[in-house]
Design a protein around this ligand. Structure first.
Ligand code: PBG
Length: 337
């Protein structure tokens, strides 16, 4: 069809656009030049699982491509993370035995403390070494804290255990502890315990707005969780956004060095609100279920795996997270080279 008639139609008829956003999308070089957000290895944190007593890395069925590491293999993963220029590593321990108070978490010879020592020896200060500060991997009931005789999670008794765990991790050489149990006052309590022990050097990487999410499903496999029931009496209700802002404000007031929203993809509005309002670094955790959804769909050929991975992490950065925890951290960093 000729457009000559339209272009002469002034005033009354349709007019062609004088502003054309497509111009800036027309070549790869133009798109690259005007990109508002970029991924960089230093923004990525790799979460890893290490199982006590394991002799070979063990695949996690619900997280294809992710393993439970041995003490040896996690050192290699940490060294590789340094070579790739990753920002940090987040350590999770899977103990051989569990009990009601999660003794393994505070035992200097417990798996998480041992691995923290190993990894720190491997990487020195070339990678931020962080550890998940929570009892759920270590308790036989699978809750994030200790229980009252009635079976409720006892907030203040749990704080005491978190402080002990924070000190054990500090002794093991952690750069930052990641309190993730959503107990009230956990950041302030752990911060005070560290300061009192003269460990003002250890940072708090706070899991501030953590939701009671169905997307943690595969993680329960990864850490062989014994949980029955759910965590709705301490993790946040997915219905709430403003509540996340209150949680973040409390954590900052209590001394958090960075704050986190978790999960990431279903909570990008929360990431954006937190990043808008607060001026500490904001992290978001792309959790196990987010990982497995994409891997699962890609394995069926339903989505383009590499593009979906890059798009998902980019969208978390675009929403305002400056740090992203993702099980694809190493793969993504390698692809960014
Ligand atoms: C608590 C913790 C959990 C995750 C990280 N830290 C589980 C939970 O709160 O139920 C989930 C991470 C993931 O799903 O990838 N120790």
């Amino acid at each position: 069809m000729s457009t000559a008639g339209f272009s002469r139609a002034v005033g009354s008829g349709p007019s062609f656009p004088s502003t054309r956003p497509r111009r800036l999308r027309s070549t790869p070089a133009l798109r690259r030049m005007v990109a508002e957000t970029r991924l960089h290895p230093a923004d990525l944190v790799l979460p890893v699982f290490v199982k006590e007593g394991l002799s070979e890395p063990a695949p996690i069925a619900s997280m294809p491509g992710v393993v439970q590491h041995t003490r040896e293999s996690v050192r290699k993963a940490a060294a590789e993370a340094v070579a790739l220029g990753l920002g940090g590593i987040m350590l999770f321990g899977v103990p051989e035995t569990k009990d009601a108070v999660g003794s393994g978490a505070t035992d200097p010879d417990g798996i998480l403390n041992v691995v923290t020592r190993d990894v720190r020896a491997e990487v020195g200060d070339d990678l931020v070494v962080m550890a998940d500060l929570c009892l759920d991997e270590f308790t036989d009931h699978g809750h994030c804290g200790v229980l009252t005789p009635g079976g409720e999670v006892d907030n203040d008794a749990t704080l005491v255990r978190y402080a002990e765990m924070g000190l054990a991790l500090a002794d093991a050489g952690v750069h930052m502890v990641g309190p993730s149990g959503m107990m009230d006052g956990q950041v302030g309590f752990v911060r005070a315990a560290l300061d009192h022990a003269d460990r003002t050097d250890v940072g708090v990487f706070a899991y501030s707005a953590k939701y009671a999410s169905a997307f943690y499903g595969p993680f329960r496999d990864a850490v062989e969780s014994s949980l029955t029931g759910d965590r709705r009496a301490y993790q946040q209700d997915p219905a709430n956004g403003a509540e996340a802002l209150r949680e973040v404000a409390l954590d900052i007031a209590e001394g958090a060095d960075t704050v986190m929203v978790k999960p990431a993809m279903s909570y990008l509005d929360v990431v954006a609100r937190v990043a808008d309002r607060f001026d500490v670094p904001v992290a978001a955790y792309q959790i196990s279920g987010e990982y497995s959804m994409i891997e699962g769909a890609a394995a069926h050929g339903w989505i383009d795996r590499e593009r979906a991975i890059a798009e998902s992490v980019l969208s978390i950065r675009r929403a305002g997270a400056s740090i992203v925890l993702t099980y694809w951290a190493a793969e993504l960093a390698a692809s960014l080279r």
